[in-house]
Design a protein. Structure first.
Lengths: 587, 172
C-alpha cells in the first residue's frame, strides 16, 4: 500500500503494537514521547494505563505478563523516565518476564550533547535487558518493534528496550508487518537433544530416591508445559518441589508435593533435595537461594537439568545430563520416550523413599506458636488463604518476611496466580504487579500481600488504582520492622537492629481514604476473619492494615553459607548460632 | 559436558562472529566485566562488509566451567551469529602484530637491529637515535622480542592483540 509510506513514526509504532496484539501499555508521558502520546490520544484501540512512577509501569507490565503469559508493554519518556524504569527492567530480566519497554530519547541531532532529559539509555540498560535497540531511522522502526517482541518472548523470555529519538517518531516512513520480519541470528533451540532425553529417562527409571525440582521455566514455557509437568509427576509418582518462581506450576494440592525448596523452603523439600540420588531440575536455575552452599548441595545425586538457556547449565552447579530446550518440548519427548521404552519406576525403592520423606514431613516444619493476643503473621496468611481460596485469587507480594510467609502458607493449584519478585527481590514490586494483573483480569480477586515498608516504595500507585477503578486488595502485614533485615540482624549481627525499625509510618486507613479507597486496621486475632471478609466484600481498592507479632521470624531457614541439611526449624535452633563467619559476607 | 570442578585455569582463544552494529562490542566487553571474566586480549574488525559481519577474537583464561560459561553467555547475546573456541576445536593459527620503539646509540643500537633480523621484524621507522620495528608472530614470540629489547632501549610498544583462524578448509 502506497499509503503506508505516509505514516509518521508514532503511527508506525502504534500500528506495530496493534499487529503484535498489544492491548494495554503502562506508561508515563514526557517531552520526548509527546508525539507518541498524541497518537495514543487519537485512537481507542490501545489502552494506556497512566501510572504515577515509571518503575511502577514496568512492574505493572510484569504483573500483566506473568498473569496472562503475554508480552508486557511499557512506554516512558527519555532521561529520568528511562532511568526510573531500570529497576523494573532488571527485575524482569532476572525473573525471565517477557516485556518490551519503549523509551523516549532526545532527537538524534542532540544525542551525546548532554541535552535536557538525555540519558544513554541503551548504555544504561544493556546489562539489565535481554536486548536493546536505538532506532535512528524511521524506516527501521517497524522491523525493530517486531524484532523486539520476538526477542522478548522467544527462548528465555526477558525485557527488550527500544529507544526512540523524538525526530524518528515524527519523521515519515515505511511500515512493514510482522510477517515480513525474520530475525537474522536469534533462533533459540526449543527441541532437546534426543540422546540426552533418553539418558535422562533411563536414569529416572533407575532412581531409588528421585526428586523433581520445578521452576518458573515450566510456567514460562506455557500452559501445555504446565500440563505435561503435572503428567510427569503423576506418571512417575516422584516427589516434587517448586521454587519461589515455580509455585503453581504443578498443583500444590498434589500429595506428591513437598512444598517450596530453598532458604525458606520446607524441611522435607530441602532434605529430599539433599539426600536424593536423582534430581530432575525442570526450568529452574540452581539459584543460590535454592542451593545454599553449593559445595555441599545434594552431594549424592546425579542431576538432570532441563533449561532453554544454555548459560544456565553448569553455571552454579555442575550437572550430569543437561538438556537444552523448551520445557514443554522436552517434557513431551521425555514422556513419549518413557512410554516407548516401557520404562517403570523402581516401586519398592520409591516406597521406602516416601517412608523417609514422610518421616521428615512429620516434623511439621511450618508449625508456629499460636496466639490469642497477637496476630501471628503465619496465621494472617493462613486465614487469608482459607477465606479466599474459593475465589481463586491472584496473589502478588512485595519482598521480605511477608513474601516468604505468603509463599509458605498459600497453596497454588494453578500457574499465573503468584506474582513475586524472585531474582532481584524488589521491594515495591507487589502493588504495581497486582495492578497489572487486575488490568488483565478486572473481575478477579487480586491481592497484594505487603509489608508496611515495602508498600511505601510504590504507594503512589494507589492513585492509579483510583483513576483506573482497579479493585486491588492490599493486605499489609504490619510489624513496624524491615522484618527480614531484622531477622538477619538477630541471626548474624548479635541483635543489633541497625536502622531496621521504623518509628513512623502513615496511618494506612487514612492513607487509603486519601486515595479514595477504603481501609481498616486489625490487631486482634479474633477480628481477623471479619476484617478479611470486609476487605473482600468492599467494592474497589482496599487496604487492610494487619498488626502482626513484631518478633516473629521466618522458619524453616537455611542460614546463609549453610547446606540443605543444616536448617533452622525455629527459634530454639537459632539459639545454637550455627552461622559462620562465611555466612556473614553472603547476601 | 565438562567434568567436575577443575581448579586449573587455561588460556582459550575464542572467535565470535557478530552483526556489525552499534553497541555490539560494548555488549561483549560488558559481559566480561559484569561477570568478572578475564580478557587477555581482544581484537575486532569488520570481516564481511556485504553481510555486515564483524569478527571478534578474544583471548581469555579460566577453569573449564568458566570457559563453558563464557561461550554460553556470548552465544546468547542477540547479535551474535557464532562462537567458536579455537583452542578446543582443533589446530588454529594465532598471530599478533606489534610495533616496538627502541631508542639508543652505539653498540645497543646495532644489537637491536641484529636481533630484529633474527626475529624477522621489519624496520618501519628510523632516526639517528631510534628504530620502530614491526613484528608479527605468536604472542610468546612477541613477548620474547620485547624482553630482548628491554635492555637495548625499549621506549614504547603497541600490540594489536591476537587474531586467530582455524587450520584446514573449513570456515568458522
Amino acid at each position: 500500500m502506497s499509503h503506508d509510506h505516509d505514516l509518521n513514526g508514532a503511527e508506525i509504532l502504534l500500528k506495530a503494537l496493534a499487529d503484535q496484539g498489544v492491548e494495554v501499555v503502562f506508561g508515563y508521558p514526557g517531552g520526548a514521547v509527546l508525539p507518541i502520546y498524541d497518537e495514543i490520544f487519537k485512537q481507542n484501540r490501545l489502552r494506556h494505563i497512566l501510572v504515577r512512577h515509571e518503575q511502577a509501569a514496568v512492574h505493572a507490565a510484569e504483573g500483566y505478563a506473568r498473569a496472562t503469559g503475554k508480552v508486557g508493554a511499557v512506554l516512558v519518556t527519555s532521561g529520568p523516565g528511562s532511568t526510573n524504569a531500570v529497576t523494573g527492567l532488571l527485575d524482569a530480566m532476572l525473573d525471565s518476564t517477557p516485556m518490551v519497554c519503549m523509551t523516549g530519547q532526545v532527537p538524534t541531532s542532540l544525542i551525546g550533547n548532554d541535552a535536557f532529559q538525555e540519558a544513554d539509555t541503551t548504555g544504561i540498560t544493556r546489562p539489565c535487558s535481554k536486548h536493546n535497540y536505538l532506532v535512528k531511522d524511521v524506516n527501521d522502526l517497524a522491523r525493530v518493534i517486531h524484532e523486539a517482541f520476538y526477542v522478548a518472548k522467544s527462548g528465555r523470555p526477558g525485557p527488550v528496550v527500544v529507544d526512540l529519538p523524538k525526530d524518528v517518531v515524527t519523521a515519515k516512513g515505511r511500515y512493514i508487518g510482522p510477517d515480513k520480519v525474520r530475525h537474522k541470528t536469534y533462533k533459540p533451540k526449543v527441541k532437546g537433544d534426543i540422546a540426552a532425553i533418553e539418558a535422562a529417562v533411563d536414569l529416572m527409571a533407575q532412581a531409588k530416591k528421585p526428586i523433581l525440582y520445578l521452576g518458573g521455566g515450566v510456567i514460562n514455557s506455557g500452559l501445555e508445559a504446565v500440563a505435561l509437568a503435572t503428567k510427569l509427576v503423576k506418571m512417575t509418582g516422584f516427589p516434587f518441589t517448586q521454587t519461589l518462581m515455580g509455585l503453581g506450576a504443578v498443583p500444590a494440592s498434589s500429595p506428591q508435593y513437598l512444598g517450596m525448596v530453598g532458604m525458606h523452603g520446607t524441611f522435607e523439600a530441602n532434605l529430599a533435595m539433599h539426600d536424593c540420588d536423582v534430581m530432575v531440575c525442570i526450568g529452574a536455575r540452581f539459584d543460590d537461594r535454592v542451593t545454599g552452599k553449593t559445595s555441599t548441595f545434594s552431594p549424592k545425586s546425579k542431576k538432570i537439568h532441563i533449561d532453554i538457556d544454555p548459560s544456565s547449565i553448569n553455571k552454579n552447579v555442575v550437572v550430569d545430563i543437561p538438556v537444552v530446550g523448551d520445557v514443554g518440548h522436552v517434557l513431551e519427548d521425555m514422556i513419549r520416550v518413557w512410554k516407548a521404552k516401557q520404562l517403570h519406576v523402581d516401586e519398592k525403592a520409591l516406597k521406602s523413599w516416601w517412608r523417609e520423606i514422610d518421616g521428615w514431613r512429620a516434623k511439621d516444619c511450618l508449625r508456629y506458636t499460636k496466639s490469642k493476643k497477637v496476630i501471628k503473621p503465619q496465621y494472617a496468611i493462613e486465614r487469608l488463604y482459607e477465606l479466599t481460596r474459593d475465589k481463586d485469587p491472584i496473589i502478588a507480594t512485595e519482598v521480605g518476611q511477608h513474601q516468604m510467609w505468603a509463599a509458605q502458607f498459600s497453596k497454588f493449584d494453578q500457574p499465573r496466580h503468584w506474582l513475586s519478585s524472585g531474582g532481584l527481590g524488589t521491594m515495591g514490586f507487589g502493588l504495581p504487579a497486582a495492578m497489572g494483573a487486575q488490568v488483565a483480569f478486572p473481575e478477579k480477586l487480586v491481592i497484594d500481600i505487603a509489608g508496611e515498608s515495602s508498600i511505601q516504595m510504590n504507594i503512589q500507585e494507589m492513585a492509579t488504582l483510583a483513576q483506573e477503578r482497579l479493585p486491588v486488595k492490599i493486605f499489609i502485614m504490619n510489624n513496624q520492622y524491615l522484618g527480614m533485615v531484622r531477622q538477619w540482624q538477630e541471626l548474624l549481627h548479635g541483635g543489633r537492629y541497625a536502622e531496621s525499625h521504623m518509628d513512623v509510618h502513615p496511618d494506612f486507613v487514612k492513607l487509603a481514604e486519601a486515595y479514595g479507597a477504603k481501609g481498616r486496621r486489625v490487631d486482634k486475632p479474633a477480628d481477623l476473619d471479619a476484617a478479611i471478609m470486609e476487605m473482600i466484600e468492599t467494592p474497589g481498592a482496599f487496604i487492610l492494615d494487619v498488626r502482626t507479632d513484631a518478633s516473629e521470624n521466618v522458619f524453616p531457614m537455611i542460614p546463609p553459607g549453610a547446606a540443605h541439611n543444616e536448617m533452622l526449624l525455629g527459634p530454639e535452633d537459632e539459639a545454637e548460632k550455627p552461622s559462620s563467619e562465611d555466612g556473614m559476607v553472603l547476601v | 559436558m565438562t567434568g567436575k570442578h577443575q581448579p586449573h585455569t587455561h588460556r582459550h582463544t575464542i572467535a565470535v562472529l557478530v552483526d556489525n552494529e552499534p553497541g555490539v562490542l560494548a555488549r561483549v566487553i560488558g559481559l566480561f566485566s559484569g561477570r568478572g571474566y578475564n580478557i587477555e586480549s581482544l581484537t575486532v574488525a569488520e570481516v564481511a562488509a556485504r553481510d555486515n559481519l564483524s569478527r571478534i577474537t578474544v583471548v581469555t583464561s579460566g577453569t573449564a566451567q568458566i570457559i563453558e560459561q563464557i561461550k554460553a553467555q556470548l552465544s546468547r547475546l542477540v547479535p551474535v551469529h557464532k562462537v567458536v573456541d579455537l583452542t578446543n576445536e582443533g589446530p588454529a593459527v594465532e598471530r599478533e602484530l606489534a610495533l616496538v620503539k627502541v631508542a639508543g646509540i652505539g653498540e645497543k643500537r646495532v644489537e637491536s637491529l641484529r636481533i630484529a633480523g633474527i626475529f624477522r621484524a621489519h624496520t618501519v621507522d628510523s632516526t639517528n637515535e631510534s628504530f620502530v620495528f614491526e613484528i608479527v608472530g605468536r604472542s610468546d614470540k612477541i613477548d620474547a622480542f620485547i624482553n630482548l629489547m628491554e635492555p637495548l632501549g625499549l621506549v614504547d610498544v603497541s600490540r594489536t592483540g591476537v587474531v586467530a583462524i582455524a587450520r584446514g578448509t573449513q570456515p568458522l
